[in-house]
Each structure stands twice: as structure tokens, then as C-alpha cells.
Design a protein around this ligand. Structure first.
Ligand SMILES: *Cc1c(COP(=O)(O)O)cnc(C)c1O
Length: 543
């Protein structure tokens, strides 16, 4: 017999106001639209107030902020959004970092063009999931188009190539991922799987695993080779892909922050003699700490001769391809089997988007996966060949940037950043208070502050190790003091490729990508450092 249960039998104990409140949160009614318009206006006001600040951050200490985020009970009742927003304006927003400040020139995160902000709203409103066409439809060919445009800028294949591959679901010209880390990982993953693929009875590393693959192919182990300046994302890739960080061979970089080619050739020969499988050789186009660019053309030739996958990590420097004046610095990049480019760095998209590009549109087949309820074989689903499953339509920012900024716009941005870096390098060179630690290749600059008593030794190039250590300490203190004061910001790194030999030296690092930064801002940042050093009497007494 059919038993009929009364709907909501617990209605008496159920708070109807919760139903009303929660359902109204989802309802796209005209009232909701009005509400949102109102909130948008408030948020715009808050955002622009934030964006117009000159200072890089507030000077509140982190422990004091931690004290404000100590509550760990989930609230029983929903608070009104107004109340919630108000709390954000008190505790969160004033103490976030003003990454678009013209005087925040230490990191790779900077100002965004204004059209990115409404696009972020549109992305959330449409809430597409790029894992499959069933949840993305037009966004699938749209994303492929953006990747194709970038691919053509990079590899410059003839039009017929793009006519054939751009919207061909069997081809993968590139992938949109969450950033440079995932892009590097994906590239190494493809290199690993395609170089240890199925052959004869062996079903490939993907099915049989690493141990079986090495045994089948007769290898003793596997390695990735790059310079000592490789980004630490390769440590993650080596770990996750079963290579191990010991398998990450780091060849010393020269004084120009480039890989030593002779050492690379020797290492390749040694690995082969010792039956170590080389999964990839990695070239860097813009090292994270100083912007050095590896000799890509020569590295490509070495990789090609050895039959090894050549990956170029151009997370930062990739957009140099848009500059007629500077593109030559990346000569040979079109020979790379894969290339990483971050859109959230020098393509001026908001945080959370990077790309990996493939020279061979079939390479990513090596990592293809299917599931019967989604990403079906032979479909156009982008999730077939990506590490991530559900994925937002971040490609909106890439596609929009490529159209609303365009080739000439990106060229201007790149050229300007490099020009301003040259200006800053010149100021550093002219100031006895500073020492330039490397001639800038692009728009990253490393230098350091020198206490007065040691300037004559620096001028003569006669610093002892102890004196260098004392300078390290001064620069550490100076960078921390500057960050804490919050008016201006420069990052800090360690370099081992200066005129002082392989000694590790603490360096101040500037990244000049913010189009709002003027020469006066650069002067202000340097003046701030001199003033702080004097004020703190850094290096005053210890020498
Ligand atoms: C920033 C950067 C990465 C990592 O990118 P994320 O987007 O931070 O994951 C990798 N390589 C280089 C050279 C970078 O500059």
C-alpha cells in the first residue's frame, strides 16, 4: 500500500523564516537585482577608495590581526549581508595589501585594468564549469580560441595549422590552469607520460606506474634538468610525479643568471651514461628572483639532440613575445615542446589564471582521462586533459585582455616596465647608498643597501665574507622595516650569482610591472629606504 507522508511533517519545529531568508538569497527576482545594484555601488566605492591609496599597506602587526580572527563557532543564524560587509570594511579590507599601489614594487602582483573587475562579476553570475561542454557550452570554443591566439603569438605556425587545430577537440594547443605552478606541473606530467608511454607489451607509465616503466625501458632513475634558479614549483612537480627532489638536477647559473651550457651538456651526457631517464630540460624565461633569461635557443638544440622534452618556464617573461624591442630575448622559445605563461602576472588578469602551451597539439593525449558521467571520450570536454576537474571561466580574463589590451597594448606595458627598470637601475648605480647586484635583463631588479662605513670597500670590490654577512643583516632589517611601515614595498631574495662568486647574498628585489608606477614613485621607494636605514641607524655601530 502506498503510504503518504505529509510534506514537511516537521513544519512546526521548522523555522519558516529560515526558508524565506535562504530561498530569497537564490531568487533572481527584480528585488534581488535592485539589492545587488545597491550593494555593487557600495562595493565599488569601497574598492575605489582602496585602489586610490598610495600606501602599500597598513602598519598593524600580524599578531594583532590574528587576535581579531579568533572566533571558531559557526554562527547559528545568518547575518544580514550589510552587517557582514560592514565587518569586512573594518577588519579585512583596510589591512589587505594594496598590490596595485604604484609604490608596491616588490612582487609580481600589481594593478589590473578596470574592465577585469566587472568581468569577475560576470564570471560569477554565469557560473560556468569548464570541465565539460554540458556545463560550459560556448565557453569551450571561447577558451580554445584564447589559447589559440596565444599559441600563434608564441609559435607562429601557418594559418592552416590553426584552421585545423583551433577547434579540433582531438587537439590541445594549450590549457588554462590556475597558475604557473599547475602549468609547470602539467608540462612535466605530459613529458613524463609521453616519454614512458605504451610500447609492445608495456601499457605505459600511466597504467603500470613508475617502477614498471623504468624497468621496461631499462632506466635506473629519472631526472629533470634546469638551472639552480628554477622556480620551486618544480620541486612540487618532482615530488608529485615520483621523480623526487633529488631527481631535480640544478645546474649552477652564471653571473648573468643563465644556465651554464657546458655544464648542461655534460650533465645530459652523464645522465645518459648512467641510464637516468631525462624527463625534461627546463629553460627559464625570466627567473623569479632576478629576471634572468636562459639561452633558450642553445638549450632547445641540446634537448633536441638528446631527444628530450624541452619546457620553458615563461610564467613571468612570456609576454615579452609581444614586444618588438624585447622579443629577441626569448629567441628559440618557439622550439619549446611546452611553455608556461601566467596570465595573472604580465597579462594583467586577476589572480588564479595561468596557461601551459604545447607545440605538438597531440602531446596532452598522454594525460587524457575519461569518466562515463562526464568528460566523455571523443567529446569536446576540456576536462579530459586537465589536472583540475571543475574549473571556473577564468579564460574570460585572458580572452578579454587579448582583445581589450591587444598586441600593441601589451607591447607598451612590457616596454614601459623594462624602461622604468632601467631608470631604477641607473638611480641605484648613481647612489653610493646602494649596490646593483645584476644588470637587469627585463623588469626585475636586484640590488642592496650598503652602510656608509662599507661603501669604499664596495667601490673597490673588496668586501670580506664577514662584511657581506653584516650587509645581509642590514638589508634584512631594512626590508622588514619598510614592509612594516607600509608606505612603500620592495621584496627580498637571496642571490648566489653576483661578482662576489657563489656566496649567498641578501638582495632587495623590485618588480616593475605596474603601469601606474612613475619615476617619482621609484625615487620615493629608494628615498624611503635611505631614510629608514638612517633612522634605524642600520650598520651605524657594528662596523
Ligand atoms: C610565478 C612563477 C611561477 C609560479 O607561478 P604561480 O602562478 O605562482 O603558481 C613559476 N615560474 C616562474 C618563473 C614564476 O615567475
Amino acid at each position: 500500500m502506498l503510504q503518504i507522508h505529509p510534506v514537511n511533517s516537521s513544519i512546526e519545529t521548522w523555522n519558516p523564516s529560515i526558508e524565506g531568508t535562504i530561498l530569497s538569497l537564490f531568487d533572481p527576482s527584480p528585488q534581488a537585482e535592485n539589492w545587488e545594484k545597491n550593494v555593487d555601488q557600495q562595493i565599488l566605492k569601497i574598492a575605489y577608495q582602496f585602489l586610490r591609496q598610495i600606501e602599500a599597506s597598513s602598519d598593524i602587526e600580524l599578531p594583532d590581526l590574528m587576535a581579531q580572527f579568533q572566533e571558531f563557532h559557526l554562527p547559528d543564524d545568518a547575518s544580514s549581508f550589510d552587517t557582514y560587509l560592514e565587518s569586512l570594511t573594518k577588519t579585512l579590507i583596510p589591512h589587505s595589501i594594496h598590490t596595485s599601489s604604484p609604490r608596491f614594487i616588490g612582487h609580481m602582483t600589481s594593478a589590473l585594468p578596470h574592465f577585469m573587475r566587472p568581468l569577475a562579476k560576470l564570471m560569477t553570475a554565469l557560473n560556468q564549469n569548464l570541465v565539460k561542454t554540458e556545463t560550459a557550452k560556448a565557453f569551450t570554443p571561447y577558451e580554445r580560441q584564447a589559447l589559440g591566439i596565444l599559441h600563434r603569438s608564441l609559435y607562429q605556425f601557418p594559418d592552416e595549422f590553426y584552421d585545423y587545430h583551433l577547434q579540433n577537440s582531438h587537439s590541445t594547443l594549450g590549457m588554462v590552469v590556475s597558475g604557473g605552478t599547475s602549468a609547470n606541473f602539467t608540462a612535466i606530467w605530459c613529458a613524463r607520460n609521453s616519454s614512458l608511454g605504451p610500447k609492445g607489451d608495456f601499457k605505459g607509465i600511466e597504467k603500470e606506474g613508475l617502477a614498471a616503466a623504468l624497468e621496461f625501458y631499462g632506466y635506473q632513475g629519472q631526472v629533470i634538468i634546469g638551472s639552480s634558479l628554477m622556480h620551486y614549483s618544480f620541486e612540487k612537480a618532482a615530488d608529485l610525479l615520483g621523480i623526487g627532489s633529488q631527481g631535480l638536477i640544478k645546474i649552477p647559473a652564471s653571473r648573468h643568471n643563465r644556465i651554464d651550457l657546458d655544464c648542461l651538456r655534460e650533465t645530459v651526457a652523464e645522465c645518459r651514461a648512467q641510464k637516468q631517464h631525462i624527463i625534461a630540460i627546463v629553460g627559464i624565461a625570466g627567473t623569479t628572483d632576478s629576471g634572468g633569461i636562459d639561452p633558450i635557443e642553445e638549450m632547445a638544440a641540446i634537448a633536441q639532440a638528446a631527444g628530450v622534452h624541452f619546457h620553458v618556464d615563461a610564467a613571468w617573461g612570456g609576454p615579452l613575445i609581444f614586444s618588438q624591442q624585447h622579443r629577441h630575448k626569448l629567441a628559440g622559445i618557439e622550439q619549446a615542446d611546452s611553455v608556461t605563461i601566467d596570465a595573472h602576472k604580465q597579462l594583467y588578469a586577476p589572480m588564479g589564471i595561468g596557461m601551459v602551451m604545447f607545440q605538438n597539439p597531440q602531446l596532452a593525449k598522454a594525460i587524457e582521462k575519461h569518466a562515463c558521467y562526464t568528460v566523455r571520450e571523443g567529446s569536446a570536454d576540456l576536462g579530459q586533459r586537465s589536472l583540475e576537474g571543475s574549473r571556473p571561466a577564468m579564460s574570460l580574463f585572458l580572452h578579454a585582455g587579448l582583445h581589450a589590451i591587444g598586441l600593441k597594448g601589451y607591447e607598451f606595458l612590457i616596454d614601459e616596465g623594462i624602461r622604468k627598470t632601467q631608470y631604477m637601475a641607473e638611480q641605484v648605480r648613481l647612489s653610493p647608498e646602494f649596490e646593483l647586484l645584476a644588470e637587469p635583463e627585463i623588469n626585475l631588479l636586484i640590488y642592496r643597501y650598503i652602510p656608509e662605513q662599507l661603501r669604499e670597500f664596495v667601490a673597490k670590490g673588496e668586501l670580506t665574507e664577514t662584511q657581506n654577512q653584516a650587509i645581509d643583516l642590514v638589508n634584512e632589517q631594512l626590508q622588514k622595516a619598510q614592509r612594516h611601515a607600509g608606505k612603500t614595498f620592495i621584496a627580498r631574495t637571496i642571490t648566489q650569482t653576483t661578482r662576489y662568486g657563489p656566496m649567498a647574498i641578501v638582495a632587495l628585489r623590485a618588480a616593475l610591472a605596474n603601469p601606474l608606477t612613475t619615476e617619482a614613485d621609484i625615487d620615493a621607494v629608494l628615498d624611503d629606504q635611505i631614510a629608514l636605514a638612517t633612522q634605524l641607524n642600520l650598520g651605524g655601530s657594528q662596523f
